[in-house]
Design a protein around this ligand. Structure first.
Ligand SMILES: [Zn+2]
Length: 586
């Protein structure tokens, strides 16, 4: 097909040109031979765009405009990703392309017509958007779906030739090990936190000048090595320990929370860094003991607070009574902090591969973040193995919502299921509704004792109505009744049948069914008994050993290496050992 692209020559404009041409060549557009696509701010101005229209677009905003036969796709004059994003927005919302996964996209089949009226100006609500699902750590997918995260520790983040990303110099749990070398703090045991009256090497004191200077030295070193970083994280280690020395305690008791000494320290770092690195912000966590905002101290203007939803109930939206203390903290942080980010949890970490019915809160929660002035969202998924429960769907849906929080989550899920699982979509949708309905009607706390204990200690309510789905729910969760599991397997059987001869779709559905098989394998005797008693058809192999081997084979074909986060020790061998324990192995 013939068409004309008029573009600048920057690395971003070249990529935008290539991507536009690649996609336009895949479809039919009526009258395209008479059209001219104008990419980037210089070309846009030559084509008659008033320079004022390109102001205020920031790093990622853009305009999409039709003037006669010219289609203008342009970011601002100093844009980082805007022009490339304009191309993707045009391809997705005007022409109908979808990029489900790095290997699967939807190409519109019917001939298209470009509307006569086209006039959009978009600046994303969230400046930072990341869904941490390993299956989508791929520059092309990230850029096309407009996520700008780093996955830096794992693969390098979105590279400059795909628009780059919001770069952290170091990401999380940084004070000991990343900023202050372990060998150094070991030489200064007086730097350790005092907890329960004793020095504790898993956290540092934050009221000491020597700890401050050592941290600053670490930051300078790391920023020197990462000159393009925009954020440096000065954050607590991943545990419940915090310093209770007289100095820290005095600050914390005034602040009403251990967040007091932490934020005072982070503010001091941010003040010291501001002149030297005016373009770098200092990030810290509001997590576990520091979730509660302090009284009388506000984050400095160059501080980012990343508030974590760690203890929340993910079956219900954050506005539900089960989550009311989180909402209280969110609102207070929104009041005192001008740059609030969220660290959200969107899978089951104890069992990556277990039905986790948080599907219908994803959009609601993102809208709650927006309503509370949140500026960055990090959606943690299964980042240590492929093949977590609906990982492909969740990362796509989350990417869409972080880009445009107005979208309807259920519609997005429906769209993904139809696009990715083809004719199997409606049976899978029925399965999801089935699990969700059961979960919502049961009053039960499903999760780890550690989180439950943590909720109790801090006076967080753990369950008001309906189930409380925390991020470590167990396969014995009561909504996974034998009936739900067996009905679910039947739904998937139907989905596979509906896929007919399409081997790609069949394979995807087979992988999506693994969470159900996993639950059945771990509750084999109970399920066998139920099926026999209720005369239900048995849809797995009848011998446990064979069913387990079959499951492992499918996991391997889906690239699943872990069944839970590292700390759980749950991998394929673990499952085999678990399965051997019960009756009926052979
Ligand atoms: Zn202290």
């Amino acid at each position: 097909m013939k068409f004309c692209i008029n573009s600048g020559t920057s690395i971003l404009e070249r990529r935008a040109t290539e991507e536009l041409a690649y996609h336009l060549n895949l479809i039919k557009i009526r009258g395209i031979e008479n059209m001219e696509f104008v990419l980037g701010s210089s070309a846009a101005k030559r084509a008659g765009i008033n320079p004022n229209e390109l102001k205020g677009l920031g790093d990622e905003g853009f305009i999409i405009k039709r003037i006669g036969n010219k289609i203008i796709l342009s970011g601002g004059e100093k844009t980082k990703r805007g022009t490339l994003y304009a191309v993707y927005e045009f391809l997705e919302t005007v022409l109908g392309f979808r990029w489900w996964t790095p290997d699967a996209m939807y190409i519109p089949q019917k001939p298209k017509k470009i509307p006569n009226q086209l006039n959009k100006r978009i600046v994303p609500v969230f400046e930072y958007r990341e869904a941490l699902y390993i299956n989508h750590w791929e520059p092309k997918w990230s850029a096309r779906n407009r996520t700008n995260g780093l996955w830096e520790r794992y693969g390098g983040g979105v590279p400059p030739e795909w628009g780059g990303h919001r770069k952290y110099a170091c990401f999380v749990h940084t004070i000991i090990g990343t900023l202050i070398p372990v060998e150094l703090i070991k030489k200064h045991p007086e730097w350790y936190a005092i907890f329960d009256g004793k020095p504790n090497e898993s956290q540092s004191c934050l009221s000491r000048d020597d700890v401050f200077h050592a941290t600053m030295a670490g930051i300078r070193k790391i920023l020197k090595a990462n000159p393009d970083a925009e954020i440096v994280s000065v954050s607590q280690m991943d545990n419940h320990i915090y310093c209770q020395c007289p100095k820290c305690q005095a600050i914390d008791s005034r602040a009403g929370s251990p967040t007091g000494s932490l934020l005072k320290f982070v503010n001091k770092v941010a003040a010291a860094l501001e002149k030297e690195y005016p373009h770098v912000s200092v990030d810290t966590l509001a997590y576990l003991y520091s979730r509660k905002p302090p009284v009388g101290i506000k984050p400095r203007r160059n501080v980012i607070i990343r508030l974590c939803t760690f203890e929340c109930d993910f079956l219900h939206p954050l506005s539900h009574p089960n989550n009311h203390t989180f909402m209280r903290d969110l609102k207070e942080w929104a009041r005192i902090c001008n740059r609030l980010y969220i660290w959200d949890y969107t899978t089951n970490y104890a069992h990556y591969i277990l039905p986790h019915p948080n599907w219908y809160v994803l959009d609601k929660n993102i809208r709650i973040f927006r309503a509370n002035k949140v500026r960055g969202v990090f959606e943690q998924g299964n980042q240590t193995s492929l093949g977590g429960e609906f990982a492909e769907m969740k990362s796509w849906v989350l990417a869409k919502l972080m880009w445009n929080p107005n979208l309807d989550g259920k519609k997005l899920i429906h769209e993904f299921l139809c696009g990715y699982y083809g004719a199997g979509a409606s049976a899978i949708e029925r399965y999801m509704e089935r699990v969700y309905k059961k979960a919502i009607e049961i009053k039960y706390y499903a999760g780890s004792n550690a989180i439950r204990e943590c909720l109790r200690k801090r006076g967080y309510p753990e369950c008001k109505t309906g189930a409380y789905l925390d991020l470590n729910a167990e396969p014995t969760a009561p909504w996974l009744t034998p009936k739900v599991l067996i009905d679910g397997l039947e739904d998937f059987e139907e989905a596979i049948k509906a896929a007919g001869d399409d081997t790609t779709i069949k394979k995807r559905i087979t992988h999506a069914r693994l969470p159900l098989e996993y639950a059945v394998l771990l509750r084999w005797d109970e399920l066998r008994k139920y099926a026999k008693h209720n005369e239900r058809k048995w849809l797995l192999k009848p011998v446990k050993k064979e069913a387990c081997n079959e499951f492992i084979k499918k996991c391997k074909s889906a690239g699943v290496t872990r069944l839970g986060e590292g700390w759980t020790g749950r991998n394929l061998q673990w499952l085999k050992n678990e399965c051997c324990k019960g009756k009926g192995w052979k």
